[in-house]
Design a protein around this ligand. Structure first.
Ligand SMILES: Cc1cc2nc3c(=O)[nH]c(=O)nc-3n(C[C@H](O)[C@H](O)[C@H](O)COP(=O)(O)O)c2cc1C
Length: 196
């Protein structure tokens, strides 16, 4: 049951050295592959990294988050840089019509960076986190990293950019689930009325 699984989920930053079996990696990737995306475009590529030297280099590119190097597996979620820039700008104008002028005149390089399909990778990533947990594998999201450095380490073609990193492994020591906000704090029905 998904909610039961979510009640166990927490970020883990200390991992056992045990390798993750290939069929489990395949299962995790399958959970990502089957994810929904806008227009079913599936604007992603998943980089499986199990080479310890490369994992260490990625931890350095993640502004020296040393704990990453204890993981036996990293999945780098890569998304496509928007190709149809004109169409993408039109979609953003339809979302934020009051900013039409700013959206249409924004510098192209900056626009493409800010408007990559980055957000879409959160969906396969979330499914992968849950699929991994079904097999007793914990994970932590990492978005604090140097995009260009990670791209170079993975030899990514310019069409793709790394948008998120999932760091995975069996937890070393006890796991600790964090307290989440109560339902009343995060839900409204039909119309927002702040409860004071
Ligand atoms: C999109 C995203 C990016 C994150 N980036 C980092 C990161 O760069 N480094 C890190 O140590 N934790 C990172 N985290 C983990 C969060 O700190 C963690 O999810 C949060 O504190 C809640 O704890 P929990 O996952 O145990 O519920 C990230 C989480 C998310 C969802």
């Amino acid at each position: 049951m998904i909610v039961d699984l979510l009640k166990k989920r927490c970020s883990v930053r200390n991992f056992k050295q045990d390798k993750i079996p290939q069929d489990t990696i395949d299962y995790i990737i399958e959970a990502g592959r089957l994810s929904p995306s806008g227009g079913n475009e599936q604007p992603w590529m998943f980089g499986i990294v199990n080479d310890k030297k490369l994992i260490n280099s990625i931890s350095i590119a993640a502004y020296n988050q040393k704990w990453i190097s204890s993981a036996p597996l990293i999945i780098v979620l890569c998304t496509t840089i928007v190709e149809d820039e004109r169409g993408a700008r039109d979609i953003q104008v339809s979302r934020f019509p009051e900013l039409k002028n700013e959206i249409l005149t924004m510098n192209k390089a900056l626009y493409n960076k800010l408007n990559s399909e980055e957000h879409q990778s959160k969906i396969p990533g979330t499914n992968m986190v849950l699929a991994a947990l079904e097999h007793g594998i914990y994970s932590t999201w990492v978005s604090y990293f140097n995009v260009n450095e990670v791209s170079d380490l993975l030899n990514l073609p310019s069409l793709y950019m790394p948008s998120e990193i999932l760091v995975l492994g069996y937890a070393e020591g006890e796991t600790k689930v964090k307290i989440k906000k109560k339902k009343e704090e995060i839900v409204f029905v039909n119309s927002y009325n702040k409860i004071t």
